[in-house]
Design a protein around this ligand. Structure first.
Ligand code: SF4
Length: 380
């Protein structure tokens, strides 16, 4: 069986960014303490699967997990290692999302001592005006300084999140941004195109003309520029939105695309058993904590996938990875060959240069990564 990953959701941030629609709120010490108690209880009493797979990755996401204290992180890790077995001899990849300016050198040393060995760092952009427009609470200088602290504390596996397609962002501005990120040379880069979600302050600002509408074509040019620049600097493009120096793929996130099991803890966390069952937790922090305190399951949604649905998911998640999907293995698992079941669409995509075949592998081309949603919609 594939090794599993553990996802832990920490729903607290220093302030609320204008584009954010994640399940997160402003940090409050008392609420955080109750939440960590609930979280450790959920982990220790978890029994969704009788024989869960051994784990080899743990991911603290949010929110801003680095807002928690070292002792709170230690308690959560202790609960995980009590309830779950690790693969024999596996070195567990333990990632924590961190935001610039939210951590001190002493706290980073503590996190590293506790076994956090990968930092996913929300730099977003190195332009202070763009950061202010996004409502981010840090500056470019905070990013540079926190990155230096991370290196000093021994973090030798750091990922930067970068966001493109911001209102008013120019191609030249994006280029300067990229140059700065590549000069710092983190081991991993995650690239996002800004999505404007209804109900966020940013959507409201754009509707009222206070900020310009992001341009799709420009965002596509930014994506291409990023692939070129990072490629020249030695980064491998291994997933639609992710690049890394050789050997530094995110092992945890790869589980999501490769169909491996992952078990999520905390409010709004999602889980997958690695075959046909997905489930997710209550989204609201207070309600989640209350359910756990009353010994009631926090699960609010469960989906049993049919073989057809599981096959479709395996295809569009697998195609996110540049290595593609092995159709021979796919046939063994799902008893279908997309070259037959989706013959017409795949031929159309191949002729349009969006996909290509290499033996039994089917892959997105570079143009295909830009129009991936169109390709994926054929399988849903
Ligand atoms: S730091 Fe991330 S999770 Fe927190 S408010 Fe900003 S975008 Fe949302």
């Amino acid at each position: 069986m594939n090794s599993a990953g553990i996802y832990v959701h920490i729903p607290f941030c220093r302030s609320r960014c204008s584009y954010c629609d994640f399940a997160t709120g402003i940090y409050d010490g008392t609420l955080a303490e109750c939440y960590v108690k609930a979280l450790t209880k959920e982990i220790l009493s978890w029994q969704e699967i009788e024989f869960p797979a051994a784990i080899d990755t743990i991911y603290f996401g949010g929110g801003t997990p680095s807002m928690l204290s070292a002792s709170q992180i230690e308690a959560i890790l202790a609960a995980i290692y009590t309830r779950f077995a690790t693969e024999a001899e596996a070195d567990v990849e333990v990632t924590m999302e961190m935001n610039p300016g939210t951590v001190t050198p002493a706290l980073l040393h503590e996190f590293h001592r506790l076994g956090i060995n990968r930092a996913s760092f929300g730099a977003q952009t190195f332009d202070d005006r763009e950061l202010a427009r996004l409502g981010r609470s840090h500056t470019a200088q905070d990013s540079r300084q926190t990155f230096a602290y991370l290196r000093d504390a021994g973090f030798d596996n750091v990922s930067f999140d970068l966001i493109a397609g911001l209102p008013g962002q120019t191609l030249h501005g994006w280029e300067r941004n990229l140059d700065e990120a590549l000069t710092l040379r983190p081991e991993h880069l995650s690239f996002y195109l800004l999505e404007v979600h209804e109900g966020t302050p940013l959507a409201d600002h754009i509707r009222r003309g206070m900020q310009p509408q992001p341009e799709d074509d420009l965002a596509a040019q930014m994506y291409e520029l990023m692939l070129d620049r990072a490629g020249w600097a030695g980064y491998e493009h291994y997933e639609i939105s992710n690049l890394c120096l050789p050997g530094f793929e995110s092992r945890h996130n790869t589980k999501y695309w490769a169909g491996a099991p992952y078990y999520g803890f905390g409010c709004s966390a999602h889980s997958y058993d690695g075959s046909f069952r997905r489930w997710s937790n209550e989204r609201d922090v207070a309600q989640y904590s209350d359910l756990i305190e009353r010994d009631v399951s926090p699960i609010v949604e469960q989906i049993e996938l049919s073989k057809h649905q599981a096959g479709a998911e395996a295809l569009f998640l697998g195609l996110r990875m540049m290595q593609g999907v092995d159709l021979k293995r796919y046939y063994v698992q799902f008893g279908a060959d997309p070259r037959e079941s989706h013959k017409a669409e795949l031929e159309r995509f191949r002729e349009a240069g969006l996909i290509e075949y290499e033996g039994d592998l089917i892959k997105l081309t570079r143009s295909g990564t830009l129009l991936s949603n169109e390709v994926f919609s054929a399988f849903v």
